[in-house]
Design a protein around this ligand. Structure first.
Ligand SMILES: [Zn+2]
Length: 57
């Protein structure tokens, strides 16, 4: 399946058997996305950078 990249508008390839929590990358801009949900055969992506918890405290 394919999903549109939120950053550059390009198409991100997502494996048909992708699972929630897997990371996919945009081939055009290199942004990493986490698959947060699978809805009707379409993967819902969230920028993986938002996930990191590196506040050092
Ligand atoms: Zn992109």
């Amino acid at each position: 399946m394919e999903t549109e990249c939120n950053m550059c508008g390009g198409m991100v390839q997502v494996p048909e058997d992708v699972l929630r929590g897997e990371i996919v990358s945009c081939p055009d801009c290199g942004v990493d996305y986490e698959v947060t949900e699978i809805q009707n055969g379409t993967a819902v992506l969230r920028a993986a950078e938002e996930v990191k918890e590196d506040w050092g405290e």
